[in-house]
Write a protein that binds this ligand. Sequence first.
Ligand code: ZN
Length: 295
Amino acid sequence: MPSKLYDCRTETYFNSKEEQLKERKRRDNVSQKIRYWLEPGGKMAEISSQETHRRIDEALAEIEDICDIEFIRVSDFRRARVRYFFRPQNQIPYGALGLAYRSKRYILMNSTRRIGLTQEIGERRVQTVAQHEMLHMLRWKHRTDDVAGQDELSIMDPYRLAKYFNRLDVYYLQKKFGKHRDRVNNETGAKGRKNRDGIPDRVFVPATLSKWGKQHRDDVAEGEILHDERDRLIAERDALVDPVARQQKQAEVLESLDKILAHNVKQVYSGAMWHAVNLYWTGTYGYRMDYYPPN
Ligand SMILES: [Zn+2]
């Protein structure tokens, strides 16, 4: 029976259990660097190749933000562990949006099926499919048995397109690939093992939260413009002495108020969505609620 310290890769023996563990960790780290390749010129229906590639890069960067995994894009497909090819619908079994062939180390993406990628409803579908198929390449299976309370779909739902990872996805990603990178002390900026503070070097912000945060900030800015406009109209009205001119200006003031009221519905909605999404993620490791991030 071979010694427990036997290293089958080098056909030698480790000197100690510690050395063996260290080597195992090093190899794990190597395996968590995943080289990927995107077929040049390859694209999804409705958007350009450049935009398709950008969305896939973004999708993989989002996985990096959640757990300690690193994606490296390479231009030589022979060096890649995962390759994304783009093929028309009639060349993809079941007409699927994406299919992962793990043993062949490639993913097929559907280049002709239209799924509203230029519209708001489809804006994250390339990302979702790219993430779903990448996780298949990393041996993940479909998941439909999420426990109650997971009101967001899993990225591994086989039938429906999730908007983003749900909390269980994040839990499993961190369980399998390790939690966030913690290589610096966030307060002092000191690097190295001894200086780790147990706090992720970069707090991950769910893409759905960013989306509503941006929408809400835009809405607030637009609201300020509308209020300035109304203040200006009121000042103009008050400066008028001619009753007819004053009445005309007053109509403009009221019209401006209507715009503000309609706008408020939008602004309140985006704010409420931000809070709902934020509440959902609260308590998830690596995510910290921060109302006032430093500029
Ligand atoms: Zn699947």
